[in-house]
Design a protein around this ligand. Structure first.
Ligand code: AMP
Ligand code: GLY
Length: 418
């Protein structure tokens, strides 16, 4: 099987790393990729990730059989529809189903139609109606941009001035939702789907705030853990019955089933689990610890999805962590999540071992052979052990061995769950 992984982040590096357990560089490709992926895959040039025709052409040129689409933008842009039309198997939703992520209005309507527990919400297109509504609210509410916003489209606040400023800015180009604020703890549930069967992967949690103790501004994610200890077998059953089953039934009823992954962002509240959001792809950074601990062979996973035999992989224990736990810590550039420094030379990098893996996000290797940073979140360092606290120790050992000017990370990833 010849596989192309589309994307360039640490999530896609983890996917490449997983495929490389059985595929060599002549069968494993990444576009546009990064310097870390280049060690296991052949990097291909792509004029743009959102140019569907260019993706199909590159697949034809290199005889690709299976495309793993990492990020949401090409999915929202219909890359899977274009690949399917060209007869190339792909991981990810078609354009219509991708709206579960690319339109929060679409996804809230889906949840309400299928009675899936979620926050109460009101949709707005008109600034005057929005302003009148906010003036009447009491306490904390959540304002959300409907379309994709790379983690920057949500404000939770009780400050009416801030909510009005944030919302009226969104309404210049998009619709928005005002949601009831939910309290509890957040987890990420990933459901693999082959169009006929589904399998729920071990629960993960990510740490979105920049500062220790979950303080400071939101980021794309500063770290993640897998599994989440407070997700007991009873809670797993409740999530399966109250959330996953109705979601799967709703997808089928609406003709939205696909081969790929549905990410269900949940708030575990005093009234039970409620859906915060859907994403139609693996989470970043959750995927990095998840895949580091998961036994599933990705070449077999790709074949099972293509042939609709996910049930057989599940029976073989492919999605069972067998007592392993993993913690991923993001190492970011100075200034991130604000304007950040780029092009810093990476002067130290730990060796990968069976219990420590460094996934690259934004890195490039120059003609001088030196590794340099090229973005805000540059690496995810993942430790694997029998307990989360041991896994965190290993990850932080790795973080201490990694260096570039101004690099920083949170010091408490996972801690609140130990
Ligand atoms: P979303 O993109 O909808 O997942 O929102 C991003 C983040 O905002 C979530 O991961 C939560 O931390 C927070 N959030 C979103 N909706 C709510 C809500 N209704 N109540 C509390 N926090 C929320
Ligand atoms: N970890 C959140 C996301 O991938 O959207």
């Amino acid at each position: 099987m010849k596989v192309l992984v589309l994307g360039s982040g640490a999530r896609e590096h983890a996917v490449v790393w997983k495929f490389s357990e059985t595929l060599g560089k002549d069968s494993l490709f990444a576009a546009p990729g990064n310097a870390g992926m280049a060690e296991a895959a052949t990097l291909l040039t792509l004029s743009s990730e959102t140019d569907n025709e260019a993706v199909v052409k590159v697949c034809r040129d290199y005889g690709i059989d299976f495309v793993f689409v990492g990020p949401e933008i090409p999915l929202a842009n219909g890359v899977v529809d274009a690949l399917t039309e060209a007869g190339i198997a792909a991981f990810g939703p078609h354009k219509e189903a991708a709206q579960l992520e690319s339109s929060k209005v679409f996804s809230k309507e889906f949840m309400n139609r299928h009675r899936i527990p979620t926050a109460e919400a009101q949709e707005f297109q008109n600034p005057d109606d929005f302003i009148a509504y906010i003036e009447k609210t009491n306490g904390k509410v959540v304002v959300k941009k409907s379309g994709l916003a790379a983690g920057k489209g949500v404000l939770e606040s009780d400050d009416k001035k801030a909510l009005l400023e944030f919302g009226t800015e969104i309404l210049k180009t998009d619709k928005l939702l005002v949601e009831e604020f939910l309290s509890g703890y957040e987890i990420s549930i990933f459901v693999l789907m082959d169009g006929k069967h589904y399998a729920i992967l071990p629960p993960c949690a990510d740490f979105k705030k920049a500062g220790d103790g979950d303080n400071g501004p939101n980021t794309g994610g500063m770290g993640a853990i897998c599994p989440v200890p407070c997700v007991t077998p009873e809670l797993k059953k409740e999530i399966s019955k109250e959330i996953v089953e109705p979601v799967m039934a709703g997808l089928q009823k609406d003709g939205l089933t696909y081969k790929g992954l549905l990410y269900i962002g949940l708030m575990i509240t005093a009234d039970g689990p409620k859906v915060l959001e859907f994403n139609v792809r693996f989470g970043d950074p959750e995927t990095q610890p998840l895949l580091a601990a998961l036994p599933c062979c990705f070449e077999f996973l790709a074949a099972a999805l293509r042939d609709q035999k996910l049930d057989e992989l599940e029976t073989e224990g492919a999605f069972d962590l067998a007592g392993k736990a993993a913690v991923g810590v993001v190492v970011a550039a100075e200034g991130y999540p604000g304007p950040y420094k780029k092009n810093c030379e990476v002067t130290a990098l730990p060796e990968n071992r069976s219990d420590l893996t460094v996934f690259h996000a934004a890195t490039v290797r120059g003609e001088d052979g030196k590794l340099r940073t090229a973005g805000g979140r540059c690496f995810t360092v993942v430790g694997v052990a029998e307990t989360l606290s041991e896994a965190a120790k290993k990850a932080y050992d790795g973080v201490r061995q990694l260096h570039f000017e101004g690099c920083w990370s949170r010091s408490d990833i996972g801690k609140k769950f130990f």
